[in-house]
Design a protein around this ligand. Structure first.
Ligand code: NAP
Length: 234
């Protein structure tokens, strides 16, 4: 997403923990300014919130990770970090964004959720719960902002080839899901940027995932839960 904004010449502040990678990005794209921050920490969130409060046209809350496995077998410290990043940091930065945008009556907030936000995901339970929060928050904020000139969009990608798969202990997914189920990060980013510019509430990239999310909406909850459990076991 940063590359797409930079290619369009949009001045962009890119946030991550790995400063060396941010530096390389800034060397390739002069319009990119690196901001090294760990959004699992108070100091990191404060630093980014302060930058957002200075005024920005678009805030993208993208950082997030998951943890595959049986809930009770997972490291509780890691789950704390997952909630801190996916929920706490995103909430705080959404707040900072809207507090800066509302008084001037313009701005765009794009929060990255997931298609797993639409149903429970046994085997990825905390991640799905954090993303259900992200989608619920985003849809509420979209309606709160209606007619104000501020736009809130929630991006809900399906399986996408990124480091997320290894970071989230989900490398087994590579072989479990067919080729057509995978999307490229570029496609997902382009869809999110297009839909936030259009002021859409939800952005679901790809025909497959659009169909799936529509189907989940009309499937009885118990059945959706069982099917989700079966898919996770494949
Ligand atoms: N890939 C998928 O299949 C998929 C599907 C649905 C939704 N999503 C969502 O898409 C979003 C982006 O994920 P991705 O697939 O692009 O994953 P990724 O390849 O692991 O990228 C995550 C990005 O966030 C940064 N980040 C991670 N933890 C951070 C922290 N504590 N503080 C600051 N920056 C941090 C990472 O940089 P550093 O490591 O250098 O900090 C990296 O730039 C996430 O919210 C994820 O839940 C992904």
């Amino acid at each position: 997403m940063v590359q797409q904004l930079a290619n369009a010449g949009v001045p962009t502040v890119a946030v991550a923990r790995r400063g060396d990678r941010l530096q390389l990005l800034a060397e390739s794209y002069p319009s990119v300014s690196p901001l090294v921050a760990d959004l699992e920490t108070d100091a990191g969130v404060d630093a980014v919130a302060a930058r957002v409060a200075d005024g920005v046209d678009l805030v993208v809350n993208n950082a997030g990770f998951g943890t595959s496995g049986k809930f009770y077998e997972l490291d509780p410290g890691r789950l704390d970090r997952e909630v801190a990043l996916n929920v706490r940091a995103l909430t705080r930065l959404s707040h900072a964004a809207l507090a800066a945008m509302a008084p001037v009556g313009r701005g765009y907030l794009l929060n990255v959720s997931s298609v797993v936000s639409f149903q429970p995901a046994p085997g990825l339970a905390v991640y799905a719960a954090t993303k259900a929060y992200v989608t619920s928050l985003g849809e509420s904020l979209h309606e709160e902002a209606r007619g104000t000139g501020v736009h809130v969009t929630t991006l809900c990608p399906g399986l996408t080839r990124t480091e997320f798969i290894s970071v989230s202990n989900s490398s087994g997914y590579q072989d479990s899901y067919p080729e057509f189920a995978w999307m490229d990060a570029d496609q997902v980013a382009a869809c999110g940027l297009r839909d936030v510019a259009r002021g859409k509430a939800l952005s679901v990239p790809g025909v497959l995932y659009k169909a799936m999310s529509t189907a989940v909406g009309v499937t009885p909850r118990g059945l959706a839960r069982r099917l989700s459990g079966l898919v996770q076991r494949t």
